[in-house]
Structures are given as structure tokens and as C-alpha cells.
Design a protein around this ligand. Structure first.
Ligand SMILES: [Ca+2]
Ligand SMILES: [Ca+2]
Length: 223
């Protein structure tokens, strides 16, 4: 008889509990076995990224282990705020890091300019570059995301970008493809009840060159 057992361990003080059986007496070739776990960080755990270790053992003498990363988020917002004033959960960005209250600029952090779309300047917003994702943990506290989106004037005349807002697994706003020749497009998204929201930029179908993507005045209503 074969016995397959999985074990999950977390940082000291964390509660890690299997909520379905963690072992099985028989695991046939090409079949899968899964276990659900409930993981609770210890009280006072600071926001950040933490590692859990999965160990699987197969009778009589084989074992395999690997690491899972979990994120303990910053507290969710509970009042209206500019998104550039909130901590994000994660980002990806086509050229350097996402900039707060500045355009993307070049590939270093802090080298952006005043956000400018078709000659109009903005003091607040997020300066990104397609393709990219900016994700926030909002815990169902928020209702609406608004922004004036467009391609930043620093990108010359060849940029094309589309802007999407996602509430958990659903796309709730889509700008369509915008170019440097267009003014900012007001975007409003209903994110009621969402745990996670994502601001997504895509390359407009013609590659990512010059795709400096501004979420000008990006704002979220919460609380
Ligand atoms: Ca930059
Ligand atoms: Ca493009």
C-alpha cells in the first residue's frame, strides 16, 4: 500500500491547519491529490511577503518540498483616496517601475515628469508603461475607481495603449485603444465588493514602444 502525505508549515507563530485530509492511502499514476489549508498569520504580523513550505512524502522513502509565497497586505483603504497615495500589492510595468504622481519617464525610479496628456497637466496619478498591472487590496471596502487615462506627451507621437480596470476576476472598465493624438479619456469603474482591484495596460496591438500610460487623477471611493 502506498501512502502519500502533504504537510504545510509557516513562519513561527502562524496557524496552519488542513481543512481536508492531508494524506491518502492510494494515489494512482497520473491522478492528483489535493489538500485545502487555512493559514492565519500570527497577531501583529507586518505587511510583507512570507514563505510557506510544502513537503510531500511518499511511502516508503521519497520526499519533495517546495516554497509557496504568501502576501500579508497593508490594511485596506476605508476612505476616499488617490491611488497614488495608497500602498499597492504588486506591480508589473513595461519600462522601469510605476511612478507615483509623475509620468513613467525612463527605466529608473523617480525620473518621470509632470503627468501630461494632450497638453493637460495633472498633479496626481500613476505613471505606467504598457504592458502592466497595478494591483491593490481593498477588501470589499470600495465602490468606484475613476481616472483620466491617456498616453503621456513625453512619449512622442507613436504610443498606443488601452486601459482596463478589473474587480477580482471581472473586467469592469475598458478605454479601448488610445493614442498620443487623443485627449485624456475619463474612465469610471464599479468595483463594489471586490477584494482586489487591478489597473491593467495593454499595448494597443502594435507593440509596447512609446506606450507611456498615464492613470491621471486615479482615485478610489471607499468607506
Ligand atoms: Ca521611471
Ligand atoms: Ca502600443
Amino acid at each position: 500500500m502506498q501512502v502519500f502525505t502533504s504537510r504545510l508549515t509557516g513562519p513561527a507563530g502562524w496557524s496552519v491547519k488542513a481543512v481536508s485530509p492531508p494524506s491518502t492511502a492510494v494515489l494512482r499514476m497520473n491522478k492528483s491529490f489535493s489538500t485545502d489549508w487555512t493559514v492565519s498569520p500570527s497577531p501583529g504580523t507586518k505587511p510583507g511577503r512570507y514563505s510557506l513550505t510544502v513537503t510531500t512524502t511518499y511511502a516508503p522513502d521519497s520526499a519533495l518540498s517546495y516554497t509557496l509565497e504568501v502576501v500579508v497586505p497593508d490594511p485596506a483603504p476605508n476612505a476616499p483616496a488617490y491611488l497614488s497615495d495608497l500602498p499597492w500589492l504588486r506591480t508589473s510595468n513595461g519600462w522601469g517601475p510605476v511612478e507615483r504622481d509623475h509620468s513613467n519617464g525612463e527605466n529608473q525610479g523617480g525620473d518621470g515628469n509632470m503627468i501630461t496628456i494632450n497638453g493637460v497637466t495633472y498633479a496626481k496619478g500613476l505613471g505606467a508603461h504598457a504592458p502592466g498591472v497595478i494591483e491593490y487590496y481593498v477588501a470589499g471596502n470600495c465602490t468606484t475607481v475613476t481616472a483620466d487615462v491617456g498616453v503621456d506627451d513625453e512619449a512622442g507621437t507613436n504610443g498606443t495603449v488601452s486601459f482596463e480596470v478589473w474587480a477580482d476576476g471581472a473586467k469592469v472598465a475598458d478605454s479601448g485603444v488610445l493614442t498620443n493624438a487623443m485627449p485624456a479619456k475619463p474612465l469610471q469603474a464599479n468595483v463594489s465588493g471586490a477584494t482586489l482591484i487591478r489597473l491593467v495596460t495593454a499595448d494597443g496591438g502594435d507593440g509596447i514602444n512609446y506606450d507611456h500610460a498615464d492613470w491621471a487623477n486615479a482615485h478610489i471611493t471607499c468607506g
